[in-house]
Design a protein. Structure first.
Lengths: 298, 238
């Protein structure tokens, strides 16, 4: 559905995308995952034909993002990162407006948005600016689906949205598959990778890896241990002073330590004991997407 | 020793109760996470604790000072950093440090010595004359935190400090927070990102103005028999 080949884009001296390449299959829920400034928005805007690449090629279906921009704009749904609706129009007026722009009406593809739109329908006469964050997202998604696009491009739809609304939003994205709609969604939250069929990890304009969430974690090539104790800072410094680990970094309640060779937890605990550190929990740990991301960054 | 004591604190806007009889004690040197959805009352509570808004009823002591009677003393003893606004982008790194030092009324000798120290710690010696807007996001965040604790406040308030930064910078940032806490600075983090909460010593979850849960991340996960703080949160809010 999407083919990106060696796309580069610079803003003055800053290289926002460096020869990015990957493919998204038809019907996939595909995640573009990376921190702020990684190049996610630039890539999505190029795919949406709002920005021209400096070099490289990209296609959506058989359409070229430079030459066939009219076709792409007709057949792709887009939800930009900032709230993209008309604040002074009501919920229903927004939906009707977007439908009319695409030469359709609310009824034709209503079945597609029904489960989402029904949740905000009680507020259909409310102005868009008066909606809560979660409801705005639902309306924006409804508007981007009203012309039954083949592909949906969502730029950080869950940034700044609370946990409950985020969960609901991802459930809605999951249902797009039933309608045969391909979804490319960007997010800075690593933990959202698990909700995608496949993801591309992006950092500093470079695609670091493209795979299913499970395979990304499987590619983690070190041994990983999670360690917990009372004095976190002291413990981090102590662990770094041992010659056992390649990396030591905080990870939520734990400290994650990586090593090339397997290390017995009892050896770690003995060496920490010699430094006067006790009551330490040491366990072999399963890596997550963030561990792999850190490994790829270094 | 408690650095923040909140007792039955309430804030009403007309008939709407934004903060509803919240009571809480936060220890000196603790890293405390305050979680809640948009509209849960976090921001209102923080505004009261930082002296930007008055409480309708209840009591609170921040850094040893009563928020009703000694609000200026409270302000002198706290630092603040938010994801959105922390530094002036059109000033250089050094100018930002000097400006905030000046606002908090620390001596020019102190500003001089401490500025060198901060630039060294951050590895920004060569960037002192660069405009803040030219720095990468991760550096800006670390500088913003250093500026927020530049006057050695007793408490620093952080609003979603690490959302959006890359995983390595994020961890460097948390190590800076750990270091500040180990020097006795109390850290109060407000966020709606649950994995940010898991770095805190203790967390409280607010919903509809009330404090619904309080404990270490491990205690809360055990109490609700779930693997992630996010699930605790969803359980409470639903």
């Amino acid at each position: 559905m999407i083919q990106i080949e060696q796309i580069s884009k610079s803003y003055n001296a800053h290289a926002a995308l460096k020869q990015a390449s990957f493919k998204v299959d038809r019907g996939e829920l595909f995640g573009l995952i990376g921190p702020d400034g990684a190049g996610k928005t630039t890539l999505i805007r190029i795919l949406m034909t709002l920005l021209l690449p400096d070099s490289g090629k990209a296609h959506i279906g058989q359409w070229d993002v430079v030459k066939d921009y009219r076709k792409i704009r007709q057949h792709v749904g887009y939800m930009p990162g900032n709230f993209s609706l008309y604040r002074d129009l009501t919920v229903e007026e927004n939906l009707r407006f977007f439908a009319s722009v695409f030469g359709t009406n609310i009824k034709t593809h209503y079945h597609l948005i029904k489960p989402i739109y029904e949740q905000i329908e009680p507020f259909k006469n409310r102005r868009a600016e008066k909606l809560s964050g979660g409801m705005k997202q639902k309306l924006a998604l409804s508007c981007s689906l009203i012309h039954r696009p083949e592909l949906l491009l969502l730029d950080e739809p869950t940034t700044g949205v609370d946990a409950v609304s985020r969960q609901e939003f991802w459930q809605m994205l999951g249902t797009m598959k039933e309608h045969g709609i391909t979804v490319l969604v960007s997010t800075p939250y690593m933990e959202e990778a698990d909700l995608c069929d496949r993801v591309a990890l992006i950092q500093n304009g470079e695609i670091l890896e493209v795979a299913s969430p499970k395979n990304i974690v499987d590619h983690f090539s070190s041994h990983l241990y999670r360690i917990k104790g009372k004095e976190r800072l002291g413990l981090i410094n102590a662990l770094r002073s041992l010659s056992l680990f390649t990396k030591v970094y905080p990870f939520g309640e734990y400290i994650h330590c990586t090593s090339d060779e397997a290390v017995e937890p009892v050896v770690i605990s003995q060496q920490l004991g010699q430094l006067g550190m006790d009551e330490i929990v040491i366990e072999a740990a399963l890596p997550g997407i963030e561990d792999r991301f850190i490994e790829l960054m270094a | 020793m408690d650095s923040i004591i909140i007792d039955q604190l309430t804030k009403k806007f007309g008939s709407f109760t934004a903060v509803d009889k919240v009571s809480l004690r936060i220890q000196k040197g603790e890293i405390f996470g305050l979680l809640g959805a948009n509209g849960a009352g976090k921001t209102t509570l923080i505004k009261i604790l930082t002296g930007l808004s008055g409480a309708s009823s209840g009591k609170a002591t921040v850094a040893g000072f009563d928020i009703h009677r000694h609000v200026e003393k409270v302000k002198m003893n706290i630092g603040y950093m938010s994801q959105k606004f922390s530094l002036y982008e059109d000033l250089t790194v050094r100018e930002n440090i000097q400006l905030f030092g000046g606002i908090y009324g620390v001596s020019s000798d102190y500003i001089k010595t401490k500025t060198t120290l901060v630039l060294d710690q951050l590895g920004l010696q060569d960037s002192a004359k660069k405009l803040v807007k030219s720095l990468p996001l991760g550096w800006r965040q670390k500088l913003a935190f250093s500026v927020a604790i530049f006057h050695e406040p007793k408490i620093v308030f952080l609003d979603e400090p690490t959302s959006g930064v890359d995983p390595i910078t994020r961890r460097q940032f948390w190590e800076m927070i750990y270091a500040a806490a180990s020097q006795g600075i109390t850290v109060l983090v407000t966020t709606h990102y649950m994995d940010e909460a898991s770095y805190c010593d203790r967390i409280a979850i607010m919903n509809a103005g009330k404090m619904e849960a309080l404990g270490s991340p491990g205690e809360l996960k055990a109490a609700y028999q779930v693997d992630h703080i996010e699930d605790v949160f969803i359980h409470i809010v639903r």
